[in-house]
Write a protein that binds this ligand. Structure first.
Ligand SMILES: C[S@@+](CC[C@H](N)C(=O)[O-])C[C@H]1O[C@@H](n2cnc3c(N)ncnc32)[C@H](O)[C@@H]1O
Length: 386
């Protein structure tokens, strides 16, 4: 049965998500800020959860209609055949958001939606499902904007960036889905080498390895839809078997990370182990001032420290100055992408950005800065005659 789906992503990576969706059989893909809408049957919805790297959630739209009063709103939700989607044994949660509509109160909208669903299930089955806000079987999203009501069910449950491989929550990690989106925004060719010289817990390198090895990011976790009464277990098993069959066990390219903190490097190694890519990547402990990669990489993706979260004052500036030197001296010919949350710090690189792509990183409005570092011979022949 054909449905309308929505995949949510970090603001700024929508075009990466759009490119990925074409690979899972999505039809009529349309990006909106923070995600993409698409059509397809159940296998497309399942495959989106299994394969999308830059999405944080996939949901199925159930209701899309105009309403003008609380009674209208209740009736529109109650009319849906919820008894096919939630039994009294299942739990649900409602996440409601409201803007410019007959009510301005999202709490009211959430409560009324819950009543409509519970009343419907009780009237058809004689019993009612209960609410669980922390780990619901069926997470429901309600959006009421300009009196347009959208109700959907969230297939993913836990955010899709939680792949299941990060061993412990670290201080300032890059969200896995954002990292995967930036790799695509930066047009990284997964058959070529990649380096992150300030890799922290290794997110860029591990996401790069998973992609290069064609490992489906959803194979190592579970999803809310697996608990639903209409879960098609055979379809899911077939999709997972197909995904396992596509995975590569070896790669012919170096994927390398380095960081000056021993703790970060051991976390990155643990995470690579948990992600099943320990044999495909390498992590070294080195300050960027001393680090020498074995060969210039084809691509550099890096998220240097910025703002209050990690580095401090002069040390922070020093790291950016040294990153600029390192790129010029050891990354000739590389395409470099730097996730930057502080424009002033990027001046210390002493490089001219070829592109600036706005991307949100947690609460910070960042830019992905693209630099094209000249290959050594090109740099020499471009130099003015002495
Ligand atoms: C924002 S964090 C990177 C987070 C990382 N993308 C992740 O996925 O966890 C910045 C990292 O830069 C490292 N760093 C800062 N100055 C450095 C230097 N001079 N040489 C090497 N690493 C440095 C820090 O140790 C920190 O792990």
């Amino acid at each position: 049965m054909r449905s309308r789906w929505f995949a949510a992503c970090t603001l700024g990576v929508e075009s990466a998500l759009e490119a990925e969706l074409s690979g899972v059989g999505a039809m009529s893909v349309r990006t909106v800020p923070g995600g993409a809408i698409f059509d397809g049957d159940t296998s497309v919805g399942y495959a989106a959860n299994l394969w999308l790297r830059s999405a944080i959630r996939v949901q199925e739209n159930l209701i899309d209609t105009q309403v003008s009063s609380p009674d209208d709103y209740y009736a529109a939700i109650e009319a849906h055949p919820w008894e096919d989607l939630i039994t009294p044994r299942h739990t649900l949660s409602i996440d409601a958001s409201v803007a410019d509509s007959f009510t301005t109160h999202s709490g009211f909208a959430g409560l009324k939606a819950k009543d409509a669903i519970v009343d419907r299930v009780r009237s058809r089955t004689g019993d009612r499902p209960s609410v669980d806000r922390t780990d619901p079987d069926v997470p429901i999203k309600v959006v009421l904007k300009h009196n347009r009501l959208g109700v959907s069910r969230n297939l993913s449950g836990l955010s899709l960036h939680k792949r299941g491989w990060r061993p412990i929550q670290v201080k300032s990690p890059l969200n896995e889905a954002t990292a995967a989106g930036i790799l695509r925004l930066g047009e990284w060719d997964p058959t070529t080498s990649l380096l992150d010289p300030m890799c922290g817990s290794g997110t860029f390198v591990i996401e790069a390895a998973l992609r290069a090895a064609r490992r489906a990011p959803g194979l190592t976790r579970s999803f809310a839809f697996m608990r639903w009464p209409d879960f098609d277990e055979q379809l899911w098993t077939d999709l997972c078997d197909d995904a396992r069959g596509r995975a590569l066990q070896t790669l012919g390219i170096p994927l390398l990370g380095a960081d000056r903190h021993a703790g970060a490097v051991s976390l990155a190694r643990l995470a690579a182990e948990a992600a099943g890519v320990a044999d495909l990547v390498r992590f070294e402990q080195a300050d960027i001032a001393d680090f020498r990669p074995p060969a210039a990489p084809a691509a550099v993706f890096v998220n240097p420290p910025y703002g209050e979260r990690l580095g401090e004052g002069e040390d922070l500036e020093r790291s950016w100055v040294q990153l600029g030197r390192f790129l010029k001296n050891h990354c000739g010919g590389a395409q470099v992408h730097i996730l930057c949350g502080d424009k002033a710090l990027s001046q210390h690189l002493r490089l001219r950005a070829a592109r600036r792509i706005p991307v949100r990183n947690g609460p910070v409005d960042c830019r992905v800065l693209r630099y094209e570092i000249l290959a050594p011979r090109q740099a020499r022949s471009d130099a003015p005659p002495a």
